[in-house]
Ligand binder design. Structure first.
Ligand code: LIP
Length: 273
């Protein structure tokens, strides 16, 4: 019920407040940086501690809920995406930015019920910008309603595209080819290093579209809802409906814009989350 959703929302906001303080502390502190799946796939002790804070806070209030967390997954605690109420957590989206002191990082949390995301929060603790959405109730930045740009024309667009942490030469080559094809057709391409915030940039209208291959469910579950609630159109980069476990996303201010971008992409497949 809406009453339950409001309670979930208040509880996670409380957890994110505590977690945000720790991220701000860590931002300027010396960090232990380790790697996960490759030399450019970074992890710090803060990622793990933030995830613990959020999961403990939620578990205390909602003991039957399930969790899919980026760092729990990295530790081998693999939870599959089921119909149960499931919190999908990226404690620090943009870990590379965090390591380098580039202030474009976010705590991203979504709640899915029956595999449908019903609430999403993306919080940048450094700039103190909080993006939020509850399904059917619009999207907000620090409590103010936000709307995407409504852009339909590719040649007038500012597009977000990421390289991602995978250093496989074939994948990098394909990603570079895609960007090479697109750059001549648009105002600009940006790579900000946080999938969750990229979706919020489309939601608020400061960018017109974003696509990425190789992202994980925790990178885009919350941002996807925020973008949709702000009027954006999100799909699989092929143009098919978005699937949150397929590790690929295309989000555009309009369906017309998504339809112009999709044919320019080269589809990359990943084993699903
Ligand atoms: C990262 C992203 C970034 C993307 C990478 C990566 P992390 O998340 O959001 O935009 O290019 O694929 O997944 O690992 O910092 O949470």
């Amino acid at each position: 019920t809406q009453h339950d959703i409001d309670l979930y929302y208040r509880t996670i906001l409380d957890g994110i407040g505590t977690a945000g303080k720790l991220v701000r502390e860590g931002f300027t502190a010396t960090k232990q940086v380790t790697t996960k799946e490759g030399a450019a796939d970074l992890l710090t002790e803060y990622d793990q501690r933030v995830e613990e804070i959020l999961i403990n806070r939620l578990r205390e209030s909602f003991p039957t809920h399930k969790f899919i967390g980026e760092e729990s997954t990295a530790l081998g605690i693999k939870s599959s995406f089921t119909d149960d109420p499931t919190w999908i957590i990226d404690p620090i989206d943009g870990t590379t930015n965090f390591v380098h002191g580039f202030p474009f990082i976010a705590i991203s949390v979504a709640l899915a019920i029956s595999k449908q995301v019903v609430l999403g929060i993306v919080y940048n603790p450094i700039t103190d910008q909080l993006y939020s959405a509850i399904r059917g109730r619009g999207a907000f930045r620090n409590g103010q309603i936000i709307k995407c740009s409504g852009q339909k024309n590719l040649s007038l667009s500012q597009i977000l595209g990421e390289y991602g942490p995978n250093r496989d030469p074939a994948i990098l080559d394909t990603k570079c080819k895609i960007l090479e094809t697109i750059i001549g057709k648009v105002h600009s391409i940006r790579a900000m290093g946080s999938a969750a915030l990229n979706l919020c940039l489309v939601a608020e209208g400061s960018c017109d579209a974003y696509f990425e291959y190789g992202v994980h469910i925790w990178d885009y579950a919350a941002g996807d809802l925020i973008a949709r609630e702000a009027g954006a159109y999100t799909c699989d980069p092929s143009g098919a409906p978005l699937n949150l476990i397929d590790r690929r996303v295309l989000c555009a201010a309009t369906k017309e814009l998504a339809e112009q971008i999709s044919p320019l992409l080269i589809q990359i497949d990943y084993p699903h989350d």
